[in-house]
Design a protein around this ligand. Sequence first.
Ligand code: URA
Length: 196
Amino acid sequence: MDGASKRERLEGVTAEVRACRLCPLHEGRMNPVVGGGSLDSPLVLVGEAPGRKEDEQGKPFVGSAGKLLDSMLEEANLERSKLFITNIVKCRPPNNRRPLSKEVRACSTHLETLLGIISPRVIAPMGNSSTGHFLRMFGLEKAKIGDIHGNVFRVEASWGDVILFPLYHPAAVLYNRTLEQELKDDFAALRRLLEG
Ligand code: URA
């Protein structure tokens, strides 16, 4: 798919998300957050759901978890503008609660369309909710992020072979600084994976 068709298809998903009424989360949102970055990226980072700042700006990871993510990317020498970042749920849940599984299921059509456009070689879900969604999607055994972060899972997506590489959610590091080095090490391994 060439760049122009990818951009056109992204506009299509964006319009679908703006008009989406598949779950009640659209009722409380200011702006849906479809995602942002390069449509040619070999890597898609997938968080949980927009928070307050993301909802205000319509962009992913622009609040405090985003700042932490930016510092991790910089340290791993990964340029944010060359990656694509999105969430499993496109609208902010009330009071930043975790999205319900029915909301994640309802939103998965948007996520799958988006991933199909980008067709990444690596998907890095960040945190338990996002990782759980992808383990289910690819028929893998349920597991906690603490047990499988930094592990490589080879799976088959509709566009080809994909590596699933679960990471801690950057917000988890904000609450528990002992996870910081582990997340840094995982981002360094992710960088090597992309180079390999
Ligand atoms: N947390 C997420 O999971 N996603 C965002 O976009 C921001 C914070």
